[in-house]
Write a protein that binds this ligand. Structure first.
Ligand SMILES: C[S@@+](CC[C@H](N)C(=O)[O-])C[C@H]1O[C@@H](n2cnc3c(N)ncnc32)[C@H](O)[C@@H]1O
Length: 269
């Protein structure tokens, strides 16, 4: 695949390729990105139901979220993109993968088989989850983020994400509300992640000026978080509508604004 022939969205420093992630990664040089943040399809859109606004509603996020035919095939896809991501990551680079119980064990297994070192598994706790309408299980109130690294030497900006008090270190349970309305003003994506969540992951595990890659860009949350933290971004997205949404969000973001806010709130003594 010739990268120059692909349609792109965004701007210099934050580029979204309209492409299948496996094909795009094949065209990227080895060891070229500092971090990967991946929120892959959970393969949930297969006729199930959920509760929306107090009513039962079908779970259908789009064709991209359907199973590839069996759990084995879905797992094989996870193995393929994780292997491809490993090739484009620099040694010591970070890989974040998010998911619910539907996919997270496949991702964890594929990461370990591929030789990634798991650093933490983060429970993203969502306050005020919708109730379990059918009273058949505990209500789902968290997702998991796996933080892994390609070998040793990973980055952890301890001082940027922790308070100076050793007894109040940030833990692996992150209580962060779901996406606020203001983050949806540029358009709709059914599985958009909150900026606070992705920002914290990137702030903790990447350096200013580093290059972040998102194989499943969606509405561009990783791109916006990277730009606000003065990191560079490249991503792939298969749906034109979402690549355009990501571009609108990227354009509206201010490069480095979150780093400036942090510096103002915590000036060096
Ligand atoms: C779970 S969503 C990501 C949401 C994103 N984190 C956000 O905050 O908006 C997954 C996205 O990956 C895209 N996608 C699915 N399979 C893909 C593939 N093979 N290559 C590139 N993009 C893909 C889908 O169109 C969807 O927008």
């Amino acid at each position: 695949m010739n990268l120059g022939k692909l349609e792109t969205f965004g701007e210099p420093g934050a580029v979204v390729y309209l492409a299948d992630c496996l094909e795009l990664m094949r065209s990227m040089p080895a060891s070229c990105v500092d971090a990967v943040f991946a929120d892959p399809p959970y393969r949930l859109s297969s006729g199930g139901v959920t509760v929306r606004g107090g009513k039962l509603a079908p779970v259908d996020k789009g064709a991209w979220d359907r199973s590839l035919g069996s759990f084995g095939k879905d797992h094989e896809f996870n193995e393929r993109w994780i292997e491809a991501a490993k090739r484009v990551l620099k040694p010591g680079g970070a890989l974040w993968a998010s998911g619910t119980h539907h996919i997270i064990f496949s991702l964890g297994y594929a990461l370990q088989i591929s030789g990634f070192r798991i650093i933490n598994s983060i429970a993203w706790e969502k306050p005020a989850p919708p109730p379990n309408a059918l009273h058949t299980a505990f209500t789902h109130s968290h997702e998991i983020l796996i933080w892994a690294s390609k070998g040793r030497g990973h980055t952890f900006n301890y001082d940027l994400v922790n308070s100076p008090r050793p007894d109040s270190q940030i833990s692996t349970v992150w209580r962060i509300p779901t996406v606020p309305r203001r983050e949806k003003r540029h358009g709709y994506h059914p599985t958009q992640k909150p900026l606070r969540l992705v920002r914290r992951a990137l702030l903790a595990s990447t350096k200013e000026g580093g290059l972040v890659f998102d194989p499943f860009t969606g509405s561009g949350t990783t791109a916006v978080a990277a730009k606000e933290l003065n990191r560079f971004f490249v991503g792939s997205e298969m749906e034109t509508e979402y690549a355009k949404l990501a571009a609108r969000r990227i354009r509206a973001a201010e490069r480095g604004c979150v780093l400036r806010d942090i510096a103002e709130a915590y000036p060096l003594a």
